[in-house]
Write a protein that binds this ligand. Structure first.
Ligand SMILES: [Zn+2]
Length: 208
């Protein structure tokens, strides 16, 4: 199998199943979109165990699949409110009568995630609790809606902040190794160095 398998949701968000070591049957799942079933099937078919469901942030297109999985779901607790209350976010985007229940299952604090292969970065801006996950051994980082290959996350939604995004770009994104491959919450992957060269939206946030 590939180390990283991408499952793109109808909402356009990406769910990633990552198996850092092909010799070891443990995978990690980055984000839980509402239609997370294909990723769950994939994991079942290969008898993988899940070392953790890791949310990049609490928006519904990344977290609404939470009730569909068994196991430990981690996030930055600053986004717990968002992950548990999708209704409010959805009403900003749709006028349809769509009722989504509040998620009452367990959500674990990312600070309690004890793991040696994954580095966790807090990068508020898109939401207060946005985080990135770097798999050091395989040279990849999952950035959620922090930085995309050709854009940057919105900062005008609830708990977003332009100033915090600026800090996160300068202190977190610029600290990433240039050779790392960035796997964002929407769209295709690219290297940190390409993104720094070609992503004009990102450049606007970089201090001179
Ligand atoms: Zn988002």
């Amino acid at each position: 199998m590939n180390t990283i398998n991408t499952f793109t949701s109808f909402t356009t968000s990406n769910c990633y199943v990552v198996q850092p070591d092909p010799q070891i049957d443990i995978c990690y799942v980055i984000d839980l979109p509402p239609d997370v079933e294909p990723a769950i099937e994939y994991i079942k078919d290969r008898n993988l165990s899940v070392g953790g469901y890791l949310l990049t942030h609490g928006h519904y297109d990344h977290a609404l699949g939470a009730p569909k999985v068994d196991g430990n779901i981690y996030l930055n607790m600053d986004d717990e409110f968002l992950a548990r209350n999708p209704q409010e976010q959805l009403s900003q985007f749709t006028n349809e009568e769509l009722l989504i229940e509040e998620y009452k299952g367990p959500l674990l604090n990312i600070e309690t995630f004890d793991n040696e292969v994954i580095k966790v970065y807090k990068n508020p801006g898109h939401t207060k609790g946005s985080i990135s996950y770097e798999f050091v051994e395989i040279g990849v980082v999952f950035t959620g809606d922090f930085v995309f290959s050709q854009g940057i996350g919105r900062t005008d939604l609830f708990s977003g902040s332009y100033e915090e995004m600026k800090d996160s770009v300068n202190n977190v994104f610029l600290s990433f190794d240039k050779g790392l491959e960035v796997f964002p919450g929407h769209g295709d992957s690219d290297t940190v160095s390409n993104i720094l060269n070609y992503n004009d939206y990102l450049k606007e946030f970089i201090d001179d």
